[in-house]
Design a protein around this ligand. Structure first.
Ligand SMILES: Nc1nc2c(ncn2[C@@H]2O[C@H](COP(=O)(O)OP(=O)(O)OP(=O)(O)O)[C@@H](O)[C@H]2O)c(=O)[nH]1
Ligand SMILES: [Mg+2]
Length: 481
């Protein structure tokens, strides 16, 4: 890891706290509206479930201008929790809100977590729980569900298991879940869920890593944590948290940068760890902790037309990159699909009185039609599972063995991801959450089934590269004679 010395203020805080057994870390950026509830739930969880441990709660904020830190500091003190839950904890809960330093000039969620790891290591905690600050559905029990497997079960890494609305978590559903499963063989359903439990040993391992990048300082952090736990051979499990309800995002407008950071990190780690996944076939379940819950998460709306329009727009500006990135037959299929997407989105926009390019409702048209109505209007758009798997694998291959830099490839891939998400939403519009889940599983099986497509090409390219490298000294020796 690059060095990011804690600021003097943070070091002073660590010195004041001395040591702790369990820590809850909450990264935040502009979360004044929601973080109060998260802090209250986390405090209550620490006091109620771990009354004999020495607990600390730390908020690592980006210097939010909306008063996020003030909300944390002004949230009811731990004494309030003791009163309403009628518990007498042995140790007083300590609460801190601080502004974290950037890592090599880059701030973001990952940089916030980096400070939390360093503090947790300095305090010598047994378990660190990380929870997002935009959560609505967190309850005190989440702290037990995330820390319990570490403290009681000897696990090092606890990933969340939650029901999410069928259109939420699209990067997870289309890429990080199936690729992590196919590569490393562990069925971790939410590898970038954002809410984790981590052991003291794994925190020290994180801090010893040399693979920290700018993307890891941003939203690459979650897949970095999960993958580092897997490649390091740590004991991983999942925990049943119920529903994840948080600030909603529309994939087409909010998730482009996040996709680049998450997928860029996933791919560069796959490149660094090929010897750990090339021989793995199939996958296995990962143990789950906690009682089953059946809850329906709140729905969220997605602009399907904009997703398809962006897929098409990508084909107009990025075809050269796509051609270098994808195998020729896959490239032809993708370009044809993008053309379909553009044609259907335009026809649908005309019919619904919307702007075809942006997918926005035009003036005078009251609000956007619902996701279902938008999806009905483009129901004939298809994007086959096996084509998606092949293009994701092509992306991984060209990132490791091609000419173009990873950032450019991943950025160029975003519109293709939009196309795939568009199809996923169309396909799931009339389905229940369980049926949509079955589609995610079907696609994950396809990633496993086609893994030889990736592995065979990977081995060929690696062998060709090794051969080229052994040629080079000979050639220079020749010319030197
Ligand atoms: N400290 C810090 N926290 C951040 C920053 N950006 C995001 N976060 C926090 O990271 C957490 C997750 O961010 P979200 O934007 O909710 O992302 P997400 O829920 O993982 O994304 P989706 O599941 O795809 O919607 C929240 O607690 C944010 O406050 C940042 O720049 N600095
Ligand atoms: Mg969120």
């Amino acid at each position: 890891m690059p060095s990011s010395p804690l600021t003097q203020a943070i070091k002073d805080e660590v010195a004041r706290l001395g040591s702790a057994d369990i820590m809850v870390g909450i990264p935040s950026y502009r979360n004044a509206a929601t973080i109060g509830h998260v802090v209250r739930a986390a405090q209550a969880g620490l006091v109620q479930y771990f009354p004999d441990l020495r607990p600390v709660l730390v908020n690592a904020d980006a210097g939010s201008p909306d008063g996020t830190q003030r909300v944390v500091v002004e949230t009811e003190p731990p004494g309030y929790v003791e009163q309403i839950l009628l518990v007498r904890p042995t140790n007083r809960l300590q609460r801190v809100s601080l502004t974290y330093p950037e890592v090599d000039g880059v701030g973001g969620k990952g940089a916030a977590l980096r400070t939390l790891f360093e503090m947790a290591a300095a305090l010598e905690v047994e378990a660190l729980v990380i929870v997002d600050s935009d959560l609505r559905s967190i309850v005190p029990e989440w702290i037990e569900l995330l820390a319990g497997p570490v403290i009681k079960g000897g696990y090092d890494f606890v990933a969340p298991l939650y029901s999410r609305y069928k259109y939420d978590g699209t990067i997870t559903n289309t890429v990080t879940y199936p690729v992590t499963r196919a590569l490393y063989g562990h069925r971790i359903r939410q590898p970038i869920g954002g809410d984790f439990g981590v052991s003291g040993d794994l925190i020290r391992h994180y801090l010893s890593q040399k693979t920290w990048t700018e993307d890891v300082s941003r939203f690459g952090i979650d897949i970095w944590m999960t993958t580092t736990a897997l490649t390091g051979g740590f004991a991983v499990c999942q925990t049943r948290l119920g529903a994840k309800i948080h600030d909603p995002k529309d994939p087409g407008s909010d998730l482009g940068p996040m996709f680049r950071q998450v997928v860029g990190t996933m791919i560069s780690m796959a490149g660094d760890n090929a010897d750990r996944w090339l021989d793995i076939t199939g996958s296995h379940d990962v143990p789950a902790y906690g009682f089953e819950r059946f809850v329906d998460p709140s729905p969220l709306e997605v602009n399907t037309l904009r997703l398809l329009a962006q897929f098409h727009a990508g084909s107009l500006t990025l075809a050269d990159t796509w051609q270098q990135m994808l195998r020729p037959d896959n490239f032809e299929c993708i370009v044809a699909l993008a053309r379909d997407a553009g044609r259907m989105a335009e026809a649908a926009a005309n019919k619904l009185g919307m702007d075809a390019e942006s997918g926005e409702g035009s003036a005078g048209h009251g609000g956007l039609p619902s996701t279902d109505d938008l999806s009905d209007a483009v129901a004939d758009f298809h994007f086959p599972d096996d084509l998606w798997v092949r293009v994701v694998y092509d992306l991984m291959l060209s990132a490791s063995f091609g000419e173009l830099p990873l950032e450019r490839l991943v950025a160029a891939f975003v519109p293709i991801y939009f196309g795939r998400v568009g199809r996923f939403i169309i396909e799931n519009r009339r389905l229940s959450s369980e049926q949509a889940e079955e589609r995610v599983e079907r696609q994950a099986r396809e990633f496993e089934l086609l893994k030889p497509y990736l592995v065979d090409r990977w081995r060929e390219a690696a062998a060709a590269r090794a051969a080229a490298q052994t040629m080079v000294p000979d050639a220079s020796a020749e010319s030197g004679r």
